[in-house]
Design a protein around this ligand. Structure first.
Ligand code: ZN
Length: 423
């Protein structure tokens, strides 16, 4: 029973929970880590770190299984080195009852691919009017809520949600958008709207909602959490960061595509680079990257948003918003925050493991002797072409592109994935 299955030699182990970064040998059995020792051999150049946590993904189930199923979505997660996902509720029907939410979680987790942290609706049907039965979710251990796809429209409902989730340390995850300002828009207001002739969405359509949410949280006097997701405007990040310094429980995330791409991508590539919030100016992109480096952004999340080609291959003004992102989350983030911004890999891995785990209220992943297997073997230098996806959809501007840094193997309780194939 005590047999060693395999020893990974000379790997650089990142263990963000313990701030551990050393070249080691790691021995493991079929389901757990056996020991970790300083290496006796030469460094392999490969990295080993805990399974990533992606706090914002869309699995499209139930209702849009033609775009993604639990299995295809979670396979895309694993292929990207992600073993814990925050699942957004904008399905049909929406995840606004504990029964439905728990049944989707159970079905997804029965596949044995990843942990799922469900993020049910704040308001019934995400219609932004009446709060869901928030306490009934908490009774099932679910404490994070979002109307993602939309903001929580009603000030009254948002205030009520903060007051009701505070007793169980809950968090409202806001998709910050002033819908009246963004309505009908498809690209950034500025160069992109001028060049494409399509209606623009200003950055203020995002940061004015950030301001509103922070104001309501402050005024609630509660210890509820507010997480502002997929921020695209430097002003939004500034507001979130200032609120956190003030002592409010405010956190935020940015996506790899807003770090890597600017509005030029949607001008050149069209709907495949259309997303909400839209890709911004190069100036804003650079400022956001700088802000991540300065520690003003709490986490990075993919906002994996699969769409069928029939919903994506339409004119720019009517095509669906969003791109898939699980498989490129890590290499794209490393490319920008590491190569461009010069951040230490440990700090980047933290943005993708311990930080999002804390936002989701789940235990941070760890590689340690005796712990169940949850780890990713990664080659930071390997160049490859992103030519196929495990997602059911293929709406990514990175498809067909050369990527640096590749997930080689993934273990989650057992070995799941090795060199482009599921074991
Ligand atoms: Zn959103």
């Amino acid at each position: 029973m005590d047999e060693t299955n395999e020893i990974l030699r000379g790997v650089r182990l990142f263990n963000p929970v313990r701030n551990f970064d050393e070249i080691v040998d790691v021995a493991f059995q079929h389901d757990s880590v056996q020991w970790i020792r300083k290496t006796s051999g030469t460094p392999s150049g490969l990295w080993l770190f805990p399974g990533l946590v992606d706090l914002h993904i869309h699995l499209r189930t139930p209702g849009y299984e033609d775009a993604e199923t639990l299995e295809t979505g979670l396979r895309a997660a694993v292929a990207g080195g992600v073993t814990c996902v925050g699942m957004m509720p904008n399905t049909t029907p929406p995840l606004d009852s504990a029964d439905l939410t728990l049944s989707v979680k159970k079905k997804g987790e029965s596949l044995g691919l990843a942990d799922i942290v469900p993020i049910p609706c704040v308001t019934m049907g995400s219609a932004g009017v009446n709060c869901t039965d928030l306490e009934s979710f908490a009774g099932s251990g679910i404490t994070r809520f979002s109307d993602d796809g939309c903001p929580v429209e009603s000030d009254k409902a948002l205030m009520e949600a903060f007051l009701r989730v505070a007793p169980f340390n809950g968090v409202v995850i806001e998709h910050p958008e002033v819908t009246a300002m963004a309505a009908g828009g498809a690209v950034n207001l500025g160069l992109a709207s001028t060049e494409t002739g399509v209606k623009g969405i200003p950055e203020s359509a995002e940061y004015l909602d950030v301001k509103r949410c922070i104001g309501i949280l402050r005024n609630s006097g509660s210890r509820a959490g507010l997480h502002l997701t997929h921020l695209s405007s430097p002003e939004s990040v500034r507001l979130a960061y200032k609120a956190s310094l003030e002592g409010l429980r405010v956190t935020c995330d940015v996506t790899p595509h807003h770090l890597a791409l600017n509005e030029r991508a949607v001008i050149d590539l069209g709907p495949i680079a259309k997303m909400n919030p839209p890709l911004r100016s190069e100036e804003s992109r650079k400022e956001i990257v700088h802000m991540v480096r300065e520690g003003m952004v709490t986490a990075v999340a993919s906002d994996h948003a699969p769409h069928t080609s029939t919903r994506k291959e339409l004119p720019l003004s009517t095509a669906a918003f969003g791109i898939i992102g699980l498989e490129t989350l890590l290499p794209v983030t490393l490319d920008i925050l590491g190569r461009e911004a010069g951040m230490h890999p440990m700090d980047i891995i933290r943005l993708l493991t311990t930080a999002p785990a804390a936002i989701l209220g789940t235990l941070p992943p760890e590689i340690a002797a005796g712990k169940p297997l949850n780890m990713v073997l990664f080659d930071p230098e390997r160049q490859w072409i992103y030519s196929r996806t495990f997602s059911r959809s293929s709406n990514s501007p990175f498809l067909g592109k050369k990527i640096t840094g590749k997930v080689l193997r993934v273990w989650f309780r057992r070995e799941l994935y090795r060199e482009d194939e599921f074991v």
